[in-house]
Design a protein around this ligand. Structure first.
Ligand SMILES: [Zn+2]
Length: 454
């Protein structure tokens, strides 16, 4: 009899627990969809501040913007973490032209890659085309010396997950300059890392090695890449390039931090956030304004709900993800070495403001299994991806400092992300209000579930 009562009691407790979960999660969705602030907050970040490249005046204004928002929403504790960041500027001159095989001049849409040196005036050289970084590496020096290398690698349209297509050719942007310079090239031009065929060039980080001569690096739009390819196939083609981008000494900047203090275990910290900096083209709307307002709104919704978190929820707007990740790296070291904190999980949103699909977990079997148990509670909200995968760039360094910490990456639909990624088209108007709001509710929900179950 006693055993029977115990079983009935346990089943009841379990049912009321899961019922509470579903009531709680529903309330987060209702709040985001009927009374949400995320869309207007994103408009403000994109239009009042604009693009926010690390080290720029706008990046500093974005820090103030973030702190003011957290104050407006009355989080328990709000502060800045000082960090040192690189400072690169695009400059004012940035132009490229093709001198075609028929002797015609054609202007192209071009963006210097982040970190590139300038050209020191107009340069012109014959172009040598490669279809991949591997083909370039195998090339003979005598065909490359004093030429401009053009890497025309396409993102693989056959990949359903577009991040896989991006991962497959990301190296041409990162390492194209080093590999071209090793063979004596004057400059390197890459086909933009974007899926659509259009006139938008896509920028992004590139790297130099101290031991290899620095050469200028730029991306041209996919349509211009096709033009250049056509001309090269028809005969001798040259490229003209002028850029005055340059590096400046490192500057001081900040991560912006807000907390709701845990009710039961205030010393246990769940970090979540996105990156406040963006490239200097477009408005950094999907990358990563969406991630910023997803997390800001998730925190606001939890704060305004009846739910009192067990653990401390710490929202971080990371600085400098795009060209250095000094925000993410400094945060992890500061939390461990300076503050000796206890971090139990981290969540990141940096894949755009598109319709949510689920979450990835970079963690142990135990944590991946825990994530899978959330599917039942969230599948009614169109979320179905609950599997092992990547957490995010900003939260990545926590793994090194906090052994065994699970990292969770928010996964929205990926089909349109590389239409806008690092391109002038990454503007507020290209973010859908409802899709953005669903992302906020999904993040509030996983925060709640992790807080309950870790
Ligand atoms: Zn990003």
């Amino acid at each position: 009899m006693r055993l029977l009562l115990l079983i009935i009691f346990s089943i009841n407790a379990y049912l009321s627990f899961t019922q509470n979960d579903s009531i709680q999660i529903k309330s987060f969705y209702n709040a985001a969809l009927t009374n949400g602030k995320a869309y207007e907050d994103l408009r403000s970040l994109c239009k009042d501040i604009g693009p926010r490249l690390t080290g720029s005046a706008e990046a500093e204004m974005a820090i103030e913007w973030g702190k003011n928002k957290m104050e407006e929403y009355e989080f328990d504790k709000i502060y800045l973490q000082e960090i040192s960041v690189p400072h690169w500027e695009r400059g004012t001159k940035e132009s490229g032209w093709i001198r075609t095989s028929k002797g015609k001049i054609k202007k192209v849409n071009l963006l210097a890659l982040g970190g590139s040196i300038g050209t020191n005036g107009l340069i012109e050289a014959d172009v040598v085309m490669f279809n991949s970084l591997n083909d370039l590496k195998k090339a003979n020096k005598k065909y490359i010396k004093n030429k401009i290398v053009f890497i025309n690698q396409h993102m693989d349209e056959q990949q359903i997950n577009t991040f896989k297509a991006y991962g497959g050719c990301f190296a041409i942007r990162g390492y194209g300059a080093v590999e071209s310079s090793k063979l004596g090239a004057k400059a390197v031009i890459i086909r933009s890392l974007g899926l659509p065929l259009n006139k938008d060039p896509h920028t992004g980080s590139m790297y130099y090695l101290d031991s290899i001569k620095k050469i200028p690096a730029a991306a041209i739009s996919t349509e211009d890449a096709n033009e250049l390819e056509k001309s090269i196939n028809e005969g001798k083609t040259s490229f003209l390039l002028e850029m005055d981008c340059r590096d400046f000494p490192d500057v001081t900047s900040y991560n912006v931090i807000g907390e709701i203090i845990g009710n039961k275990n205030p010393n246990n910290i769940i970090t979540f956030g996105g990156h406040l900096d963006s490239w200097d083209t477009g408005e950094g709307a999907h990358d990563d304004g969406a991630g910023i307002v997803h997390c800001l709104e998730a925190m606001r919704i939890i704060k305004n709900s009846k739910y009192k978190p067990n653990n401390t929820l710490r929202l971080v707007f990371f600085m400098n993800e795009e060209n250095g990740n000094n925000g993410g790296k400094s945060y992890a070291i500061w939390a461990k070495k300076q503050k000796n904190e206890n971090h139990i999980a981290a969540i990141e949103s940096d894949r755009g403001g598109f319709a949510p699909r689920g979450f990835h977990c970079d963690g142990s079997e135990k944590h991946i299994s825990l994530l899978k148990t959330f599917e039942n509670k969230l599948k009614h909200y169109d979320l179905h991806i609950f599997e092992e995968g990547y957490g995010g760039v900003d939260i990545g360094p926590l793994k090194k400092e906090f052994e065994g910490i699970p990292l969770f990456g928010f996964v929205p639909d990926s089909q349109r992300y590389f239409d806008f990624h690092h391109a002038p088209s990454d503007i507020f108007e290209n973010v859908n209000k409802r899709e953005l709001e669903l992302g906020c509710a999904a993040i509030a929900s996983i925060l709640y579930l992790l807080d309950q179950n870790l």
